[in-house]
Each structure stands twice: as C-alpha cells, then as structure tokens.
Design a protein around this ligand. Structure first.
Ligand code: SF4
Length: 462
C-alpha cells in the first residue's frame, strides 16, 4: 500500500470517479455512422495483435454449445444467427456456466426463430425465469415475430439494429459471428481489454469514451475472421484479463499492452487501474407489502390440509409496461418508507384486495391464518426492494371462479395449485417469497403436530 496516498494520487493518470447510472450493454452505443476502419499507421501493431489473439483463441477457446452451432459452414446463416442472438442476450444476463443450461433448454424447445415466434409471452417468461431483466425475453419474442413477418433474418449489423431489442452490441455479434461482417463488438469485457491495451484513463461510461472504444475496436477487428476476433476479445476479457487479477504473464497480447508498460515503469500504477472505476449510482429504496394468499376452499380443518390438493395460491399479473412487465406475482403493493409497520401494511393490503380484486377479506371470506413471515430484499439494477411478506389463508364463502370474474378488468388474476407453483416460472424474488412461506408452513405444521388437538384451532386464529 502507498504510504503517501496524496502523492500517489497525484502521479496516477486516473481521475476521481464520478457517480454514474448503471449502464446496460446495449447502451454502449456505437457512434452514428461508425465503421470498421481497418489498419492505420496509428495502430501499427494491429496485425500482430490480431494474429496473436486469434492464435490464442484457437488454442484456448471454451467449447460452448452456441459456438458449435455458429461455426462457419454449419447450418444456414439464419440458424447460426439465431443461436448467436439467443446466447448473446442470455450472456448479457449472467455467467457462462449458467447460460449453458438455459441455452440448451431454450434451443430444445424453440430450435428456430420460427418456433420461437409461435410461442406465447407466458411460455417465454417461464423459460427465462431466474435470468432476470425480463424485458430482454420479451424483446426476443417480439424480435422473432418481426423477423418471421419480414420473411428473412437480417444479415448486416445495420439491418439487425432494426429488430426490436437488438442494439449495437448484439447486432455486431450476430453480423460478425454468423455472417462474417467486419464489424466490432464492444461489451464490458472488450472495454476492459481495450482500456488496458491502450491505457485509456477516461470514464468508460462517457459517450465520448464509448465512441473511442468502438472506433479503436473497429480498427483492430480482423478482416478475415471478424466473428472469431470479436469472440477472442470477449474471451480474453472474461478469462485472462479479469477485473481484479489479470493473468498478464500468460496474455497473448501482453507485449502490446500499454497499461502493463506503465505499471512496469511506475510502481503506483497497476493494470487494474484501467478501466477507470466509476461509482455506481445508489439504487432507490422501495418497500412493498406482499401477501401470499392461499385459498382453502370449503375446508374447516385447515391446518391439517395446509398442503392439501384443494389449496390454491392467488397470483396477480403485473402491468404490461415497467418493472417485471407482464409477470405473475403474489399480491403486492408499494408502501412508504415510514409506513412499513404491520397495521399499516395490512390496511393497505386489505384496501388493495378489496378495491382491485373484489376480495373483501371481512365479508366474503374467513381468515383462517394471517401472519408475518419475514422480509426479503431483492436488488434490481436501480432499485433495492424490501418485501415485507405476509401469509394469509382464506376460506372463501363463494366459489373461487366467481372471485376471478369479479376482478377489475385491468387486473389479471389466477389461482394456482400448490403443486403447480413448484414448477411455475417465477422471478427469483417471488420464488424466494414462496420458499419463505413454504418454510413457515413446514415449521408451523411441525409445531402443530406437537399441540393437543383441542388447542389447535384456537392457536390458529390468534
Ligand atoms: S497484459 Fe494483462 S492487462 Fe494487458 S491485456 Fe493482457 S491480461 Fe489484460
């Protein structure tokens, strides 16, 4: 550690980090009219960098199902493009090992863009469950429909950008990997490699820097093997040129790496100073009352039947726009930070159930059990959502179908059997809430089995 941080900071080329909103990969937008420029005198070493990088990639690339599917000469261009598209969108969500599983299941179910176009949003959401950022799954489906309607898979970066949900990054990946177009791709991994290779100290989130990354990568991309070159750059960033522990001694382009040169000349500079770390904007804090409503239709001996087949869970469909658009969840309502106490949450939840779903807890059902189950914090890219979870068992006086019919038109509700919830495609936050309730029920059942029968019903209604 530097004993004189002030002096060290003075020497470093990195400027003070500034807060910035978190950036989506497709927000790394290429400058309008950008093009692959080809080698210039300013990048004299380009040819060597390309050759060394490709040699390393050929020897070290990971064997991944979408790479096999997109190999040159394998299948039609449309098939390769679809494989690249699906995998790239998934890779924007999570790590490679997780994507392999999702990708294989997705391709087994929808092997072509035509089969995907015939799917429903609900089916796609179920398949996507757990990957997060469901807007991307919606765009995949909408994009597939658009392509099928047009009758041809676009094969250039510029025409691919016209497809719903496809931005510069995905367009570059599909065009270069599936159709051999000489265009670059710039994702977080490429930004890391390029900022080190050229020792670029600027804020990587600023549009002028992003523009520079696209231009520099465009100059470097291999004219004969653009798809492999782009994958090699991403592979290098994902493996050797990692965020905190780059393996420079094994790096195929270390002799060209400017950050490595600077770090060898000045002990206060590290290659990990590049790219400059920009503080993320603090996520907004939201608070929600969540009520897992179980309908125990026509049952009196409820606790004994808590896990019986006649029990349903109430699900509500979220609005078609906004956060988690069109996904199913348990009844939830946002509450103010200062009003997260139990009486207020219950009051808000009862109002919500009555006004929007026509479930008047007092008039049309008897509450057999209602208890706080706990809290779960779910982090979205820009929101920290604290969910206060309640579990409520209702014994309805009317038929459950009647209840559905009377829900407000704008609100879609459905009742799902306990068994079916297990296999339902739920977001990870809602799955966590469901598991909390399951654990609560199991604990309560085991406690209940130790209580004499006469005291049981009294305890339930407390
Ligand atoms: S030499 Fe090190 S820092 Fe430079 S590109 Fe290679 S792995 Fe990254």
């Amino acid at each position: 550690m530097d004993k004189n941080p002030k002096a060290a900071n003075k020497r470093r080329p990195i400027r003070k980090p500034r807060a910035a909103a978190s950036v989506d990969i497709e927000d790394l937008t290429a400058p309008s009219g950008y093009r692959a420029l080809g080698p210039t005198s300013a990048v004299a070493a380009s040819a060597t960098v390309r050759a060394e990088l490709l040699r390393w990639y050929d020897a070290n690339r990971r064997d991944l199902p979408w790479r096999r599917a997109a190999e040159p000469g394998r299948g039609r261009g449309e098939e390769r493009a679809y494989a690249v598209w699906v995998s790239e969108v998934m890779l924007q969500q999570t790590r490679v090992p997780v994507v392999v599983d999702y990708y294989c299941r997705w391709m087994a179910r929808w092997p072509t863009v035509h089969s995907l176009a015939a799917a429903t949003q609900e089916e796609v959401n179920e398949m996507w469950a757990g990957l997060g950022y469901y807007r991307r799954a919606r765009f995949l489906l909408e994009g597939a429909k658009q392509i099928v309607e047009k009758g041809k898979f676009p094969c250039t970066a510029s025409t691919l950008r016209e497809v719903r949900g496809i931005g510069d990054y995905t367009a570059g990946a599909i065009a270069s990997i599936a159709f051999n177009e000489v265009v670059p791709v710039v994702d977080g991994n490429v930004v890391r490699v390029m900022s080190r290779l050229y020792a670029i100290p600027d804020n990587p989130k600023e549009s002028s820097t992003v523009k520079r990354f696209w231009e520099l990568t465009g100059q470097l991309v291999d004219p004969l093997r653009p798809g492999d070159f782009n994958q090699a750059m991403m592979e290098l960033g994902a493996t050797l040129c990692s965020k905190t522990k780059p393996g420079c001694s094994q790096c195929p382009i270390s002799s060209h790496c400017q950050a490595l040169v600077l770090s060898s000349q000045n002990a206060s500079i590290k290659v990990t100073d590049y790219p400059r770390v920009v503080a993320k904007a603090k996520p907004r804090s939201d608070f929600a009352a969540v009520c897992v409503v179980q309908i125990a239709q026509g049952l009196d001996q409820v606790i004994a039947d808590m896990i019986g087949k006649d029990n349903f869970f109430l699900f509500i469909k979220r609005p078609e726009e906004g956060l988690l658009a069109g996904l199913w969840e348990f009844p939830s309502i946002l509450v103010d930070e200062g009003k997260t106490d139990l009486p207020n949450r219950r009051k808000e939840m009862d109002k919500y159930l009555k006004q929007l779903l026509c479930i008047d807890v007092k008039q049309r059902a008897s509450v057999i059990l209602r208890e706080d189950v706990g809290q779960h914090v779910h982090i979205f890219s820009h929101i920290r959502l604290t969910m206060f979870v309640e579990f409520m068992i209702l014994n309805l006086k009317d038929d459950v179908d009647q209840l559905c019919k009377e829900g407000k038109d704008s609100i879609k509700v459905k009742f799902i059997y306990d068994d079916a919830v297990e296999s339902m495609g739920l977001t990870s936050g809602i799955r966590k809430v469901y598991n909390m309730v399951k654990a609560f029920k199991e604990k309560r059942l085991s406690e209940q089995s130790q209580v004499p029968a006469r005291k049981r019903s009294r305890r339930l209604k407390q």
